[in-house]
Design a binder for this molecule. Structure first.
Ligand code: KG4
Ligand code: ZN
Length: 359
């Protein structure tokens, strides 16, 4: 249950300290953020090594790792920030969407801390953490257009206020991060895929392979990546084996260029639905990709829109973004009761999600 909508004005921004906890995928993370946008600590423990042998995230391994590491990371985040639980205004944790075992670990820990310290609890939507990160690093105000690109999502959202999101487009099949990860797997570039594809593409010719450009020119703002993935597989099979490093680099570059072109086309259409000069914001793990960032920045410039992209370390999963979403909710007077439930699925725009396409 979410309580009241009144503005919380009693606490000065600098002393509105929120502890954030993130455990919805394969990063265990804790951070302390202040209402004046200072990140006092931001500790992230990646489980990459534990999942690498399987080529992807194994939910049970992730949940066990969160159990093993979360307590220590929270202690470390508080110590690095130089604060104790009693200094906090609230405790925020990802309450979904994500791998449910991990979400339960983080949210239950936050509940225990909130109960023990008497501090309010705030259950944060992980996607909202990504969506509000630009406001942690810049003065961007509402509304803005958000391109949210991660391992599980590929959406264009009109961000109209805290808790107010209107989905303009989404993927009808794979998320864009998934497409990067699968392409990396096909090319034998290892895990995690996105950074590996980006690195390989640096030495490649993006014009070498004419891959399909899904959805470009179509009405609406939806995405589709499954055809592109199939095209990568077929192109690869048509090359002389074993595939050379140069062939792999060229295919990675061609793939990345198509993703860039699709992003620009879909985002241009979404910008046209917003008031002129609406800021364009990119967030989520795939926003770490320099090629995509550069192309979106050009698009924003052409459209007369300011462009905001959080620094790379705040694009991939972290707890500072969860703490910051907690700050935003706390200031708006939103806190949660201790019976808030963890959610494997939790769309930011429930109306659009109910209407069909994959959230
Ligand atoms: O937001 P995130 O850290 O976790 C989710 O909530 O999904 O995003 C992870 C995704 C992965 O698919 C990863 O391959 C992708 O972001 N990614 C990238 C890059 N860095 C991370 N994709 C393309 N280029 C990158 N540099
Ligand atoms: Zn994420």
């Amino acid at each position: 249950m979410r309580s009241g909508d009144m503005e919380t004005t009693g606490i000065a921004a600098a002393s509105c300290l929120v502890l954030g906890i993130e455990s919805s995928c394969d990063e265990t993370a804790a951070a302390v953020v202040a209402g004046d946008r200072r990140i006092l600590s931001n500790v992230v423990l990646s489980q990459l090594d534990e999942h690498r042998p399987y080529g992807g995230v194994v939910p049970e391994i992730a949940a066990r790792a969160h159990v093993s590491h979360l307590d220590g990371l929270i202690r470390q985040a508080l110590a690095e920030a130089g604060v104790g639980l009693s200094d906090l205004a609230a405790i925020a944790a990802t309450a979904g969407p994500g791998l449910i075992g991990g979400v339960i670990v983080g949210l239950t820990t936050a509940k225990a801390l909130a109960l023990g310290s008497g501090k309010p609890l705030i259950g944060v939507n992980h996607l909202e953490g990504h969506a509000l990160t630009p406001r942690l690093v810049s003065e961007v105000g509402f509304p803005y257009l958000l391109l949210l690109v991660s391992g599980g999502h590929c959406q264009l959202l009109a961000v109209e206020g805290v808790g107010r999101y209107r989905r303009l487009g989404t993927t009808i099949d794979d998320a864009v991060g998934e497409a990067f990860d699968k392409t990396a797997k096909l090319l034998g570039l290892g895990y995690p895929g996105g950074p590996a594809v980006e690195k390989a593409a640096e030495a490649g010719d993006p014009a070498r392979f004419a891959l399909p450009r899904p959805m470009i020119g179509r009405p609406g703002c939806d995405f589709s990546f499954s055809g592109l993935k199939t095209a990568v597989r077929e192109t690869l099979a048509g090359l002389s084996q074993p595939v050379s490093a140069q062939d792999k680099a060229d295919l990675a570059a061609s793939f990345q260029a198509v993703v860039g072109a699709v992003m620009v086309d879909r985002t241009r259409r979404a910008l046209a639905l917003m008031p002129a000069g609406t800021p364009l914001v990119v967030a989520g793990g795939v926003a770490a990709n320099r090629h995509l960032r550069a192309r979106l920045e050009v698009l924003a410039g052409e459209s007369g829109s300011p462009f905001v992209a959080p620094p790379l370390r705040l694009c991939t999963d972290n707890a500072a973004m969860i703490a910051w979403a907690g700050v935003e909710h706390f200031r708006a007077g939103h806190t949660d009761a201790l019976d808030i439930k963890p959610r494997a699925r939790w769309p930011l725009d429930p109306v659009a999600a109910a209407a069909g396409a994959k959230a």
